[in-house]
Design a protein around this ligand. Structure first.
Ligand code: HEM
Ligand code: HEM
Length: 175
């Protein structure tokens, strides 16, 4: 029977995809179309930070799942370069999904807003308020978001290439 990712892995994959889309919309909204209403603006920040931070544990669970249940290799006729590109792409997606929440926490702490996950669990940062580090972390967070966007673009392109051109069942492994 054709290989499919386990239901839990598929559920977390699509949850992540939805959350990343929401994060991009919220992040751009906050920075490019900053709402004048302060209460509403802070609500957007709250959603962005709490949802964004949730992606770190979700990604750790996914990494643990994939260690326990390694995925089947790509179909035999897949060129080695495609196999390599897919592995590099997945690695960069996982790296960004862990790195961005960390950079987000470092940035908010350095700007003077120490982060509490859903208002309950304080997430410590080795950097306190700092005029020097705050813009550096914000810049790295922005850079990371751009890198993630490019990786997602390539990823979706790859998924469509498998689904529409090669029609080799790889897209179906995740749906
Ligand atoms: C995978 C998770 C995340 C993604 C994809 C993401 C994405 C983005 C994007 C696209 C922006 C707008 C670009 C810019 O920086 O100018 C942004 C801004 C921002 N994000 Fe995130 N973010 C994530 C997690 C977090 C977390 C966990 C926090 C804080 C706890 C956070 C805090 C911020 C803040 C404060 C801004 C406003 C700009 C700044 O001061 O850096 N983000 N984010
Ligand atoms: C329309 C959007 C998307 C489609 C159609 C899609 C499709 C797929 C497919 C078909 C696979 C399995 C590839 C294989 O079997 O080798 C996969 C794996 C993966 N996807 Fe997506 N994806 C989408 C969005 C995303 C987003 C937004 C992220 C994260 C930001 C993401 C992260 C991953 C990761 C990390 C894997 C590797 C899973 C593993 O083997 O551990 N995907 N995706």
């Amino acid at each position: 029977m054709a290989y499919r990712y386990r239901p839990m892995h598929r559920a977390l994959h699509w949850l992540t995809a939805g959350a990343v889309l929401a994060q991009a919309i919220l992040g751009i909204w906050i920075t490019q179309f900053e709402p004048a209403d302060k209460v509403f603006k802070f609500l957007l920040y709250d959603i962005h930070e709490n949802l964004g931070f949730s992606l770190a544990p979700i990604t750790l669970v996914r990494l643990w799942l994939r260690r326990r249940h390694p995925r089947a290799p790509l179909p035999e006729q897949t060129p080695a370069i495609i196999e390599f590109a897919a592995t590099a792409n997945h690695a960069s997606l996982y790296l960004a999904l862990i790195g961005l929440p960390i950079l987000g926490v470092l940035a908010t702490a350095a700007w003077g807003f120490p982060f509490k996950w859903f208002g309950l669990l304080p997430i410590p940062s080795p950097f306190g308020v700092s005029d020097y580090w705050a813009p550096v972390f914000s810049y790295l967070h922005w850079l990371g978001a751009i890198a993630l966007g490019l990786a997602v673009f390539a990823h979706v392109g790859g998924a469509l290439y498998h689904g529409l051109i090669r029609r080799d069942g790889v897209l179906q492994r995740m749906v």
